[in-house]
Design a protein around this ligand. Structure first.
Ligand code: AGP
Length: 612
């Protein structure tokens, strides 16, 4: 999951490429590089480290060209280093290429090329592709375009690439298979990027490349063709609907904090126009064409990764309860390789913030091969998963830049609650109960504000446990997935090891971990399992664990049992899991800041995992 950019126009390419890479840096930040064409030769500047280090290196070089490509890397093959950084150049020095994806048959291709005398300088699969293009170009004495498409027809794997050739200095060629690529159509200039965020300040007119398409940009404009047969493809121009402000940090120190605070609006935005308060129901336009098939599903499969999978697990609990339909929640990476018993009576729901996660996309394709109805819950309009599913519901959380997903999660859960309400009303959930729940969902924004106002208390808690090496998160029912999500947030940005468990499961092993150094975070709303959770709290207290409780109502009992109690006031018991996640996001955030971690670009991570 790297970030790639390209520019073809009349302005200096270097600053535009650097700015674009900074907007994409959340996709990968091990190393970065650019190639700029000047007359009939290009200059490559690349370096391990973040984009700002490349920017500094570029300042020392006078690179003036108006055509260029840029890349910020998340290493798959070959460690982060200057040598492995993209762009990669062929041995003749005529081609420069940037790539997002994995060339799975790179070893076989590399062997063939080495037998033909090619000497490789890097450990990357990407270099194999640029050397292959060059080999075909020279051996077959063919055009730049045909060399690229012929090479791509030999590739097994995934790619989003942009290539330049010094024999055709006024041309860029791009192509995609499994890794996203968007063309921004400007006024006499063209922009390329892995997603739309670097484009919006230049143009709102975009074209999303589809699988197996290549794009030719030259002085006469652009043309899109099929890689497999070079047939021209007519594409319509789409329009970006988010603003530049939405992808800026504003007055916040980190994107993650901004996005945590945006939940005061994004939860409501996700439900705006969809709640029917007086009917105690919802209207979900994106699935209307398939609503009967969804209502009559024999079972649901929810497939996702990471945080989105946690949202799916909450979905399981509420959909089974409201709709009375069996729900299986599967990691997409497992679902795609096993043999689930699915067919035309199955509805497979893919949850994905980016809409580009490779495993989730593959799971959807498997579901479609088996005749299932596929249903996407995505946050990025025009993303691959949103385009490949039969129907879907967009979360309206706006661009999520911080690598740790926050506002997208609560938006995903809100969508699942709306789906559950719709199906519940078909399954005996009364209008009166529906009205209560619809109003509670509608009022969540104010509740979020109350929670956010507790950030100082949560920072104090973070200061108390800043040296913890491990943390345990415990919850029951729909709060078990919340525990998992709280643990993941902590792990991925503060690097403290954390585990989420069903609270009762603690006695089957994890309780051995409890001592005075172990912070244990309990989700303890006054619901049907409250007394049981209190018993678990007492078991931890008896072993001197540091107890932090997140509850819907602070009581003297809970205060006497814990070191800290965080209040999450709800007007409807069902909505606690949506809100209870927010203090856990804040706790992880403050701990990461206190520990000097890079909150928005945590080590080893990237925002969108577009490789397996
Ligand atoms: C969440 O904080 C992580 N960054 C990660 O688990 C993420 O949720 C996962 O990679 C799935 O991404 P998606 O929602 O874009 O498919």
């Amino acid at each position: 999951m790297c970030g790639i950019v390209g520019y073809f126009g009349n302005n200096s390419a270097a600053p535009l490429l650097i700015k674009g890479l900074k907007r994409l840096e959340y996709r990968g930040y091990d190393s970065a590089g650019v190639a700029i064409m000047e007359q009939d030769a290009f200059t490559v500047t690349k370096k391990a480290g973040k984009v700002k280090e490349l920017e500094t290196k570029l300042k020392g070089a006078s690179v003036k060209g108006t055509i260029g490509i840029g890349h910020t890397r998340w290493a798959t093959h070959g460690e982060p280093s200057d040598l492995n950084a993209h762009p990669h150049v062929d041995q003749t020095g005529k081609f420069a290429l940037i790539h997002n994806g994995i060339i799975e048959n790179y070893a076989v291709l590399k062997q063939i090329l080495e037998q033909k005398g090619v000497e490789f300088y890097s450990e990357t699969d990407t270099e194999v592709l640029v050397q292959l293009i060059s080999m075909i170009y020279h051996e077959d004495n063919t055009s730049f375009e045909m060399a690229v498409t012929q090479a791509l027809r030999k590739v097994i794997g995934t790619y989003g690439i942009v290539v330049m050739c010094s024999d055709e200095p006024n041309q860029l060629i791009a192509a995609r298979l499994g890794s996203p690529l968007v063309l921004g159509v400007g006024d006499g200039e063209y922009f390329l990027a892995s997603d739309a965020s670097p484009l919006v300040e230049h143009t709102r007119n975009v074209i999303y490349l589809e699988e197996g398409e290549c794009l030719l940009i030259g002085d006469d404009g652009y043309e899109i063709k099929q890689v497999k047969n070079s047939e021209t493809v007519e594409k319509k121009i789409s329009h970006i609907d988010f603003s530049i402000e939405e992808i800026e940090k504003g007055n916040y120190p980190h994107y993650m904090l901004k996005e945590i605070y945006e939940q005061e609006n994004t939860i409501v935005d996700t439900m705006r126009g969809r709640l029917r308060l007086d009917e105690g129901n919802v209207h979900l336009g994106g699935i209307q064409d398939h609503i009967l098939r969804i209502e009559r599903a024999r079972h649901f499969y929810i497939t996702a990764c990471g945080t989105s999978w946690h949202a799916g697990l909450i979905g399981k609990y509420i959909l089974e309860e409201f709709a009375g339909i069996p729900v299986h929640v599967e990691y997409a990476s497992e679902f795609r390789y096993r043999d689930p018993v699915i067919n035309s009576q199955s509805v497979v729901i893919a949850i994905s913030q980016s809409g580009e996660t490779a495993d989730t996309l593959a799971a959807i394709r498997k579901a479609k091969e088996n005749g299932c109805l596929t249903f996407g819950i995505c946050n990025v309009v025009g993303s691959s998963i949103s385009r490949e599913t039969d129907c879907g519901i967009y979360t309206h959380a706006g661009p999520e830049i911080g690598v740790a997903s926050t506002k997208a999660f609560t938006a995903q859960v809100s969508v699942l609650y709306m789906l559950a309400l719709h199906l519940g009303r078909k399954n005996g959930y009364s209008k009166e109960d529906g009205i209560k729940l619809a109003h509670a969902l509608h009022d969540l924004g104010d509740r979020v504000k109350y929670i956010l106002n507790q950030t100082d208390q949560i920072r104090n808690i973070a200061e108390e446990i800043v040296d913890a090496d491990n943390c345990l998160y415990l919850g029951r029912g729909t709060n078990f997935p919340v525990a998992l999500e709280g643990a993941l947030k902590l792990k991925e940005i503060s690097y403290i090891h954390a585990e989420g468990y069903p609270a009762a499961e603690m006695k089957h092993g994890p309780i051995a971990l409890i001592d005075e150094k172990m912070p244990v975070i309990f989700l303890a709303p006054h619901d049907k399992t409250y007394e049981k959770v209190v018993s678990n709290i007492q078991e931890v207290k008896a072993r001197k664990g540091k107890i932090i409780i997140v509850t819907d109502k602070v009581t003297d009992d809970l205060k006497s049992l814990s070191n800290h109690v965080i209040e999450v006031p709800v007007s409807h018991a069902r909505t606690f899991p949506i809100l209870a996640t927010i203090p856990l996001q804040l706790l992880a955030y403050h701990l990461a800041v206190l520990r000097g971690c890079d909150v928005d670009m945590p080590r080893n991570l990237a925002k969108s995992v577009t490789v397996e």
